[in-house]
Structures are given as structure tokens and as C-alpha cells.
Design a protein around this ligand. Sequence first.
Ligand code: DAH
Length: 468
Amino acid sequence: MDARLPYGLLSEDYSLPKRRHIKMRVQLLNAFWRATGGLQRRSFHSSCYCSGVVDGRKPAVPTEKKITIGDVTYERDSWTNITPKVLEHLGRNLHLQQYHPLAFLKRRIENFFYKNYPGRSRSPLFTLFDNLNPVVTTEQNFDSLLVPADHVSRAKSDCYYLNENYLLRAHTSSHQVELIRMGMNNFLVVGDVYRRDEIDKSHYPVFHQMEGVRLLTKHDIFRNENLATELPIFDPNGLRTAEKQETHTLDAVYILTKSLKTCLNELCQELFGKDVEIRWVEAYFPFTHPSWEIEVKFQGEWLEILGCGIMEQKLLVNAGADDKIGWAFGLGLERIAMKLYGIPDIRLFWSVDSGFLHQFQVDDPYTPITYKAVSQYPQCINDISFWLPADGTFTSSDFYDLVRSIGGDMVEQVSLVDEFHHLKKSRWSHCYRIVYRHMQKTLSQEEANKIHKLIEEAATRDLRVEIR
Ligand code: DAH
């Protein structure tokens, strides 16, 4: 898929009837964020599906003037949209637990890099960073990665901002430049990442990514290929084409791409088995060119598992590594772990219920485990319909956050099932279907109704909708 395509599509689609338009936006969203996003349904650009709304009212945000995380206090401002519910996930560090499917998957990928890339004097070539602070600056999350200032992925409707300058990282790529600046050439970053989203079995506002970066000098490139003559890797007068950046020679990019493809093909085989079918699909990221997404065939379906590419040379120059060229990738752990362990619902990763955790109480991360549902509790389904405020400040992501803040993990899914425009009133109406299901017990309809009532009240108060 050429990820540049949707920019074109989007501008034309505005002429479509609203209902169809929403459907297409959702399809684009899915296509875009599937690669690595939450749960990796989205690659970095998916957010371009949204109309770039960067203001809007924030529900369920406490009104204290400051937010304290660890020892650091952040002043609120008009960008603040972090919710207490989301803040509760900070520090859970599922990937650092001894017995957890995400930690097992992380260790398997880590081991793959240690085994395949031995460094000097038997220490591994790749260094792992798995405890970096998830609070990052907009510089780290966007600017250092060459994300344009007006790019829609910065929208408040997509990220959790503490204030104008700080947010919870939306991807582990945020740490690339600081680590390169520190002198790291080969490293992995694992951590929790945060994106505002709709709610269903495979989407959660917090998920985990692993980032990999490998930098090579001219000497490394040609020595690794056993080539006696070293050719130039930089071209001062080059042109940017589909195959390469302006500053790179085709020889260098060819060898670097081969190194990237060998590494990631072998990683996919390691995780999904020697015979796995793999396809490389052209993609677009602001921080790599050329870029790809990798899909693997799992139980008959193509599954996008990561985004990758040749790192933009400008990024390396800014990070002080102008004599090197490199590749990078970012993959989502939940999406892969759900397939490998047959975990049907992303909320289960956060479960502290022994019914879940006991199934992963093994010392060897390579133990094949297929998750068995402890029991299936019934769902309660309630609809909520309301008129939107006339001033256009309502956004669906605000509503999803409000639902999540009040219903917590009892909400399995929220979807926009209907919308219409009342000509006389000149107002829009939305109807959302909320599916409630408790993970550990049967939720009675009365209990669901109580939560539903609270959601109605909060939406009226905080989002200024009018319940119909
Ligand atoms: N950060 C991207 C995302 O979250 C994934 C990604 C793509 C990471 C390409 C990379 C890369 O390092 O080179 O969607």
C-alpha cells in the first residue's frame, strides 16, 4: 500500500455523503494504523484520516491546575487532555513483568537480536532500553522525527497531552534521536505508548511497541558484504527517487535494504515459524525513505505487524551521526502476542485476575501457550443518542475518552451507529452503541444502566450534548 494515497483520497472524499465519508475515514484509519498501532492497527500516519481538529473541549479531565507524574509537575494549559484513567496505566510496565505474554514476546525478540548480532568480546551488539520515561516532549515525539509542524498526527484528538510541550509518547520512535545523540549505534527500545482511540477488542489507549535502530558506517557496510572495494555511501549531487534519498548512493541503499530485509524476514520466521509467508508493502513515514510495512500470513489472514525503512539522513545529521546511514523499525507487541497466544481481547493484557496470569506462569518464554477463556460473561448493550452542541466543538474521541473514564474496563466497545443532520434545527445528532461486559463476573443490566446513566450525565455536563 502506498501510504501517500490517502492524503489525495481524503480531500476528494469530503464531497461524499457524511455517513459514507465516516465509513471511509474508518477504513483509512484501519489501513493506516494497522502496521504498528494500537493495537497497531495504525501506522504513524493513520491519524491523517482525521480532519486535523486541534482544539475541542476535554471531558473528564480533573480541574486541578497541575499534573504530577513521579517527581515532575506539569502545568495544565489548553492542550491538556490526559484523563486520570489513562494516567493509571503509567508505571504498570507489563513488558517488565516476570510472567506476562508481552514480557515473553519482548524477551524472544530481544534474544533474537542478541543471537544474530554478536558484538565484540561476546557482548551483544544491540543495547536494550526498556525503562525510558513515557512522558516525552513534542520535540521528541514529532520534531526530531521530521514530522511537519502542521501534521495531523499532532492533533489533540490523537494524542494524550499533558500540556502544549509534553505528551505521553505516541510511539517508541520518540527516543531514536536522543539515543543516537548519546552515541548508540544499535539499539532496541521497548515501552508503553499512548493514543486516543475508539474502543473495541483490539484497541486500547495504551499498548506496547518495540523499536529497533541499526546504524552503519561506510566501512561496516562494505565489510559486512565482504566487498574488497569500498564505494561511496553519500552522493552530494544525488536526487530523491522512489528507491533512495538524495544524499545516499544506490549501492549503499541496496546493501542497507538487504541488511534490513534479512533481519526482519528472519525475525518473522523466528516468531511465526520457518514457513511463514511474508510480504513487504511500500509505506510512508516522515522519518524513513524508502519505507515499508511487513505483513505475515497467519491462519489464512494477512496481518500487518511492523513499519520500517531507511532512516532519513537529515534525522541522523541532526543527531550528530552524519557519517552513518541506518535502518529502523517499530512493531506492536499486543497485535503479535494476541495471535501467538490466542488472546481474544486486548483488555486481558491488563488483567490482574489469576485466571489470566496463571496461564503464563512459566519460566521459559518459548513455551507454547494457547490462552483458554476462563469464562464468557454476557454483554449488556445500551445506546445513547444526543444532539451535538451547535458550536462544533464535539469530537467523537472526546466522547470515547469520557466513556472510558467512567465505564473503565467494563466497556468492551463503543461505536457510532447512526448520525443525522436536522435541517430545521440545523444540528447534528449522534447515536453510539456501548457494549458493557465485565471481565471477571456477570454484569447485571441494572449495573450497566447505572454506568450508562453516569455517562449520559457526564456527556451533558462536559461535552454539552443534549440527550434525546
Ligand atoms: N513509529 C511508527 C508507528 O508507530 C512505526 C515505525 C515505522 C517505526 C518506521 C520506525 C520506522 O522506526 O522506521 O506507526
